[in-house]
Every structure is written in C-alpha cells, then in structure tokens.
Design a protein around this ligand. Structure first.
Ligand code: BT5
Length: 304
C-alpha cells in the first residue's frame, strides 16, 4: 500500500505513517518500504500479540480483554488476581513463557517459549462440584481447536489432558474461588506444546510441531481455542454436560483402556468403561464391580 493511501485512510500525516511503521518494526513486523511504491508487510512476529489474536476472532466473550506477558510466573495466578479485582468473564491472560507454570496438586508445568500458556476467567452458574465437567468440556474445545488448525486428531485423556499418539500435548488446570454452593469465578488454565522443543519436554509429552512435522502458528491456535471455548461454554450453559457427553466420549482415549487410578487415598487398576453424566470416570474392577472416579490421576496401561 502506498504511504499516501494509508495516510488518507487513517487520516494521519505521511510522517505519522512512517513513525507507526517504525514502531511495528520494533515489535518484529517485517515491513518493506520501497520509495514511490509504498509499504509491504512481509511477515508478522511469532508472538502472541493480542491484536493478532483478536483479528478474525469470532467470539463475543472470550478474549474481549487479553493481557499478554512476555514472561510471568503463572498465568493462572495473574488471572485469579484480575478476577478478584472484578475482571469480566472472558478476560484472558496469555504468556510467551512461564517461570513457575503449575499443574495439579503442586506439580510443575514445563513452560518454555514455543508453547501457548493462557488462562481465562469464567463465571459459570454451576455448583462447585460440577466444575470437573467443565474441565472435560475445555478438553473437548482444545481437541476441536487443534484439529481445525492442524488437521491432527487429538483425544481427551480423563480428566484434564489432551493426547496425540499416546503423548500429552495439552494440560488443563481449573481453579476457582467458591463457597459451598456458589462459584465466584473459575480460572481455566491451558498449556499447549505448540512449537516447544522436544528436548525441553518430558518423555511422556509431545508438541504440535513434532506431530505435524512443521511449525504451527501459535496465534491461530490461541484464537481457535478461544472460539471453541466460547461455543462449548455456551452449549454447556444451555444443555449442561449431558449435551456434550457423547462428543467427549467419542474423543476419549481413556475409555476402553486398562487404567491405573490414583486418588488421594487409594490406588487400583481396572477397565475404564464410561464417563457418566457428571463427568465421572467409570472403572470396572476385575471382580466386575464398578467404581466411580470423580477426581484423581489415571495412567493408561498398555498404550493409548
Ligand atoms: C496439568 O497438570 O496438566 C495442568 C497443566 C496446566 C498448565 C497451564 S499453562 C497456563 C496455566 N498457568 C499455569 O500455571 N498452569 C496452567 P497435571 O495433570 O498435574 O500434569 C502435570 C504433569 O504433566 C507433570 O507432572 C509432568 O509429568 C507433565 N508435564 C509437565 N509439563 C509438561 C508439558 N509442557 N507437556 C506435557 N506434559 C508436561
């Protein structure tokens, strides 16, 4: 585009156009300037810039406020603080890397650059005990987002992981502020290994880049996750978990497998048979008895 055209459309001087181009360049946009011809955008930076994520974002709630960080301890902590100060539903905190990324139960989430780390504030009108259902709904949204952007076929590993080819590619950490029967807000934390170097990840993990065999746009992944989260969240609010149970079961890489279950006070093995209407995993024990697992860790035995 010619500098003249840009200055007319934006109603600023040619000098101001040039200054803005310099600012874009400083952020990493590769802009070519040819005298008498104009400017050409050659490439955009590989950064999770809020303006790039919201360009083309078809979501009214998720991502209407995006707080982006180069590095932070944990996006969940920042989002929690924002929600306590009254941040609206759909506010998103996103970071290029995390210094102290968290998993469940004090575990670590390895968060070097190359991944997407984001946390969304939501205020669902559900009971605290129903939150497990929303974690599964989030896993479904992640699977769909990854499939749409990359064509890969991820699966949901109960209760909070997304797997591709038997390895973990995303984790979800759902935290909330609640009273016994009322939720103030929920923070849904999502970590995705997008272009993360394999050497930095545990052996049990993979990345979209590794599975796809090429670099994957983190901006496209982040944007699609927000869109899928929004549509699934609205469906969940309208129809409840039951409306999405079938889709989650169809993508489950847990059901049909022999599993080992570890809860806070027990450990046992059995066959994962079903996910019920409340998002609990149904495990059939060797004697035929079925156990309902509401929370805990599940290890798949004999591969996925
Ligand atoms: C999780 O916990 O999988 C939840 C991860 C949530 C991370 C997001 S990133 C944005 C937001 N901010 C945060 O601080 N957290 C959230 P859990 O099911 O407990 O699994 C943790 C286990 O996964 C670890 O003990 C490792 O075995 C493994 N792990 C750690 N980093 C990994 C990675 N990058 N990719 C795959 N597996 C990983």
């Amino acid at each position: 585009l010619s500098g003249e055209h840009i200055s007319e459309v934006l109603k600023v001087t040619r000098a101001a156009v040039w200054k803005h181009m310099e600012k874009f360049r400083a952020v990493g946009y590769d802009i070519e300037a040819v005298p008498h011809l104009g400017y050409r955008l050659k490439s955009i930076p590989d950064k999770l810039l809020p303006d790039e994520i919201t360009a083309g974002l078809k979501a009214g709630v998720f991502g209407r406020e995006i707080y982006a960080y180069e590095s932070t301890k944990s996006t969940n902590d920042i989002a929690y603080g924002l929600a306590e100060k009254g941040a609206a539903e759909g506010a998103v905190v996103i970071a290029e890397k995390q210094e102290r990324g968290r998993g469940r139960l004090g575990r670590k989430w390895i968060s070097p650059s190359g991944g997407v780390y984001m946390s969304c504030v939501i205020k669902p009108d559900i009971l605290p005990r129903e939150i497990q259902e929303f974690t599964l709904v989030t896993a479904l949204a992640l699977c769909d987002a990854i499939r749409i952007v990359t064509g890969l076929k991820p699966g949901v590993k109960w209760p909070n992981d997304v797997y591709i080819n038997g390895k973990k590619v995303c984790g979800i950490l759902t935290e909330m502020k609640a009273e016994t029967d009322r939720i103030d807000f929920v923070i849904v934390g999502i970590g995705v290994n997008v272009n993360t170097g394999q050497g930095m990840l545990p052996d049990t993990a993979t990345s979209l880049k590794k599975e796809k065999g090429c670099h994957v746009s983190r901006i496209d992944i982040a944007r699609q996750i927000l869109m899928e989260l929004e549509s699934k969240y609205f469906l969940f609010r309208r129809d409840g978990f039951q409306g999405m149970r079938k889709a989650i079961k169809a993508l489950s890489c847990t059901i049909g497998n022999r599993v080992e279950v570890a809860t806070h006070n027990s450990r046992y093995a059995g066959l994962a048979e079903d996910i019920d209407n409340e998002g609990a995993l149904i495990v059939k024990m060797p004697g035929g008895e079925c156990r309902r697992v509401l929370s805990g860790d599940v290890t798949l035995k004999g591969g996925v």
